[in-house]
Design a protein around this ligand. Sequence first.
Ligand code: SF4
Length: 625
Amino acid sequence: MYGFMGELLRVDLSQGKISTEEIQEDIAKKYLGGIGLGTKYLYDKVKKGTNPLGPENELIFMTGPLTGTPSPSAGRYDVVAKSPLTGIWGHGNSGGSWGAFLKRSGYDGIIFQGVSPKPVYLKIEGGEAELLDADHLWGKTVPDTTDTINRDLGEKFHIACIGPGGENLVRYAAIMNEKHRAVGRCGLGAVMGSKRLKAIAVSGKGSPRIANEEEFKRVAKKQYELLNESMLKVGFETFGTNMVSDMVNAKGGYPTRNWQTGVFDKIDEVGGQALVDKVLEGKVNCFACPIACGRISKIKEGKWKGKEGEGPEYESAVTLGSMCGVSDMNAITMANFLCNEYGLDTISCGSTIAFAMECYEKGLLTSNDTGGLELRFGDGDMVVELVEKIAAREGIGDLLAEGTKRVSEKLNKDSERFAMHVKGLELPAYDPRAAKICGLGYVTANRGGDHITGYVQGPTFIDTPFLVVDNSTIKDPFVANPEEAKVLIDLENALTVFDMAGVCKFMGMLLKAEEWVALLANATGWEFDVEAFRKAGERVYNLVRSFNVREGITRADDTLPRRLLEEPLPEGPAKGMVIDEETLEKLKDAYYEFRGWDKKTGKPTPEKLRQLGLDDIIKDLWGDK
Ligand code: SF4
């Protein structure tokens, strides 16, 4: 099979057994790789009601047919499992070069099942895999774990691992690769910790066979040329993802003090230029990517002077910054470094701290609960201290390690009104009261409150269209237009294919579907056109929704925190705006209709599933009728 290595590793951690499994070509054709193949395996093996932190949950690492090829941005891989944070489909995607080296080690993916009786890590080199003792690694941070394994096995190994966050089952723990890149969302690091799997070290010189190598190289070269000429590359390389800060703030959607407002009066201290001026040391790119959007940074003054790392990305800078009312770039950078070192999702971590700060402000949390700590908005040192406590589950950190939804359920007292999550996943850094379609995107994203699933923030908040779809225009972001639900669906389907193919979603802004079709067709040798490209994404989107429906998700779960539905933004260009419930329900009606989902329940209809070749799961959703 071209484009693939053709085999997966199945690792039974309870038994300490490793076996290989051939990938069936007909399954690969239908689901490609990444979240497509990963979710297919997850759906088939992880039954309804499985405990996300128990032995029956599977943790699936998967690359795509473009991962490890010379295609632009082809270093990406995906991880899926049932999420301990949301209780539904959990997914994270990461860059760097680990995914490419997993493939070079001889395998397209790894499926972990069971729970190891003691800490272990997996070593794969040139097709040979073995489980090694990780007692000496348990308790170590991500950089220490990485350095220790590299010392033991050699520098040629690329390491993905968890830190103390994952070991301590923080519900939003991340899996980190090459120290700084994160499979961030949904707490998949906690799933890895629950299996006592500390790390995966990969090395090898293999590469997937390309069906039409000359043509593949020609198309890839043309893509590099297009990317190198783009203005977006200039913006990304100068400011990283923080280039969007000023735009989002100017549109009134920059979440501040736990979403109490959408304008941060200290934006000049934390925006794209501030990061460049205060902490930027250099830029870094992922495997085979001509756009170096990663930030190498260093704190240059104050008590953390000399501390180095990568980031913060835009979402991290906001959640650990303005959401907590913090304008101290050094504290934001330090909190971000610590999240990476301990292996925590910056978005969920910062958001949960912001929520706790508002609870403290309102007297729902008191110093009796916090061990004497004062959780006040604007206190950057406190954010740093709380990150430490969360990773260690120490004091108030033990409660905050549960995530916003569970903290709110514990405190009750109407705190759910400003608990800023959807389906248990903390919201990222764009206030949908200032761009209504983004609110629909949060409720329809399969992993919960997420921006990058359909990234309709591109055409709304940052005025950037997506070339990968025919039309990504949102006429007036302040107006909720049900017809524009179709734009969101097209984006969700197309961007899903990026997570199936093993490339970066940012490329969806810059290159057309035809370009990706040419790469996929020439890599695999399969007949593939734009229609098949879009249908593949739609199929997997529906499969994931079906996983969630099987877990009990209904239309009623597709909703926003009450703050966004009821509390008007108090200032800025979106002053006075909410997405009221009636508006959201109208958007959902249109969305379900375009999707071919049942409006009453939010389930994909039998007709839709049949049309997508998912006949075998109709019974799970609809019984025998
Ligand atoms: S655009 Fe940025 S995140 Fe995407 S692959 Fe390139 S360097 Fe990595």
